[in-house]
Design a protein around this ligand. Structure first.
Ligand SMILES: [Zn+2]
Length: 55
């Protein structure tokens, strides 16, 4: 299982996503866009993958 912490993406946010890579990417995109008003660009996807860890 993978994990992404939003604080690792530079957001002042304690949201943590866990799941498969696909699940994590979907939840991160939903939260980033819906809560932080971020656009999911290729750079954002790369950053998310960069902070993704195995749990
Ligand atoms: Zn957040």
């Amino acid at each position: 299982m993978k994990q992404v912490k939003f604080i690792d993406l530079g957001n002042d946010c304690d949201f943590i996503v866990k799941g498969s890579v696909d699940e994590v990417m979907i939840q991160v995109a939903d939260h980033a866009n819906g809560v932080h008003n971020m656009t999911i660009t290729d750079d954002v996807v790369a950053a998310v993958k960069g902070v993704m860890t195995d749990v």
